[in-house]
Design a protein around this ligand. Structure first.
Ligand code: NAD
Length: 489
């Protein structure tokens, strides 16, 4: 059952504040296409207030509860946030399902991951103190050196809409664990659950100004954050086009950035596989969350010996899944996030057909759903490497297929992309899997699976998929600087 969307303001300095220009953005339910509420639209004036609040919060809490205080102080807040997320899990999952069209069951798993991520970085915050003053071995004994890891300062966190609260958490949890103060700018297309994080911070008594949440459009709220001289770092997840603009702004101030960008990830299926299992992982790898995953394995490379049989199984998988209102039980695919994404996906499919590809299945509105931004998962064959569908990220449920006849050809095709985020290889020959994994140009390689993601393991891409890594200890390092202290003895 649908629930009302809370009406919130911007979260600045521990309080809900109306945007200076009093503007709001409507929230459209992608299942019904109806307006169901609104979020505040921040502008440069609000960014100014939030940055000021964050800087003052760092100064006020220095050595007490934040920054140079023991990590256990910060861990206590992170654990309290995790507990609140768990307590509100079913409500938050529903809000997310309504806001971005994610099946309710998936959204509930995401909330477990959100709580788990806050817990994980609470552990790392506690462990940080023991890592301070790590000695450096020097070539002469008249000097001794050690290393301090210190919070970077005030950080701007700009996130996308596909995993709304989880993507925010991947940045907020390590930033707070490190002792930074943060300004979170979630996507204007799905901000509802990230705003709830503000209420949770109030509930757990997080010192005011340590986390500020500004919703709004990218050019109006994100751009002034990226170019603000008192924001010490930007961590960004989103498209390459936006990433490039943020890098340009940050470059003017020599501001560090991490970039988690898009992908066009391959999945390579050899001819020695269990066809059913391989088809399940292939479908999951591309159609999970409607393909709105940066690492979706959306280019299938299948050995020519099994291609026909394999594609039959993929088509059957598509025919059998339930596409429905994300709140309905058993829903596997809900609508895509917005009218703009819906139109964009259909355009990709029609362009592929126009360029000579064959639409083997889907790529249209399901007949039983007259409203909402629903798209049947698409399988596209007869693809060439010069086609748009081979080269560009769709960020929708569209799988393009090519066959190969040798391992070398598979690797060459897999690496034939400007991106380097994820890649998968499926084969019963584990030595071959190791060889192929080594040869694939990607930040994450899955063997005999696609898309599993663990808070403990590094996440991020190469080539135009960005640089820097989130999650694990690498995620914490994003928000720390390294200071060398050297003493003459
Ligand atoms: P987007 O680039 O349109 O927006 C991302 C964020 O940037 C939003 O909050 C937006 O408001 C903000 N923004 C837009 N213009 C801005 C500007 N000029 N200055 C500052 N901020 C600005 O991306 P999206 O459509 O929200 O997300 C989809 C993209 O994100 C895909 O390319 C996907 O692959 C990528 N993504 C990557 C990862 C990863 O881990 N590598 C994860 C999820 C999504």
């Amino acid at each position: 059952m649908a629930i009302p969307i809370p009406s919130r303001q911007l979260f600045i300095d521990g309080e809900w504040r109306e945007p200076v220009l009093k503007k709001r953005i409507p929230i459209i339910n992608p299942t019904t296409e109806e307006t169901i509420g609104s979020i505040p639209a921040a502008t440069a004036e609000d960014v100014e207030l939030a940055v000021d609040a964050a800087r003052k919060a760092l100064a006020r809490n220095k050595g007490k509860d934040w920054a140079s205080a023991p990590g256990a102080h910060r861990a206590k807040y992170l654990r309290a946030i995790a507990a609140k997320i768990t307590e509100r899990k079913s409500e938050l999952a529903k809000l997310e399902a309504i806001d971005c069209g994610k099946p309710l069951e998936e959204a509930a798993w995401d909330m477990d991951d959100v709580a788990g991520c806050f817990e994980y970085y609470a552990d790392l915050a506690e462990g940080l103190d023991a890592k301070q003053k790590a000695p450096v071995s020097l070539p002469m004994d008249t000097f001794k050196s050690y290393v301090l890891k210190e919070p970077i300062g005030v950080v701007g966190l700009i996130t996308p809409w596909n995993y709304p609260l989880l993507m925010s958490t991947w940045k907020v949890a390590p930033a707070l664990a490190a002792g930074c103060a943060a300004i979170l700018k979630p996507s204007e297309l799905a901000s509802v659950t990230s705003l709830e994080l503000g209420e949770i911070c109030k509930d757990v008594g997080l010192p005011s100004g340590i986390l500020n949440i500004l919703t709004g459009f990218g050019p109006e709220a994100g751009a002034p954050l990226a170019s603000h001289p008192h924001v010490d770092k930007i961590a960004f997840t989103g498209s390459g086009a936006t990433g490039s603009k943020i890098m340009t702004a940050a470059a003017q101030l020599v501001k560090p950035v991490t970039m988690e960008l898009g992908g066009k990830s391959p999945i390579v299926v050899f001819d020695d596989v269990d066809l059913d299992k391989a088809a399940e992982w292939t479908a999951f790898g591309c159609f999970w969350t409607n393909g709105q995953i940066c690492s979706a394995t959306s280019r299938l490379l299948v050995h020519e010996n099994i291609a026909d049989e394999f594609l039959d199984r993929l088509v059957k998988w598509c025919q059998n899944i339930k596409i429905s209102d994300p709140l309905e039980e058993g829903c596997r695919l809900g609508p895509v996030v917005s009218a703009g994404q819906y139109e964009k996906i259909l355009k990709f499919v029609s362009t592929a057909e126009h360029e000579g590809a064959k639409i083997l299945y889907g790529g249209v509105r399901p007949k039983h759903l007259k409203k909402g931004y629903f798209v049947e998962p698409a399988i596209i064959t007869n693809v060439t490497t010069s086609m748009q569908i081979w080269k560009e990220e769709v960020f929708g449920p569209v799988l393009c297929v090519k066959t190969f006849s040798s391992e070398d050809e598979a690797i060459e095709l897999a690496n034939d992309t400007i991106y380097g985020l994820g890649a998968a290889v499926i084969s019963n020959d584990l030595e071959r899997c190791d060889r192929v994994a080594k040869a694939l140009q990607a930040g994450i390689v899955w063997v005999n699976c696609s898309q599993p993601c663990f808070t403990q393991a590094p996440w991020g891409g190469n080539k135009r998929s960005g640089f820097g890594r989130e999650l694990g200890e690498w995620g914490l390092d994003n928000y720390l600087t390294v200071k060398q202290v050297t003493q003459y003895i």
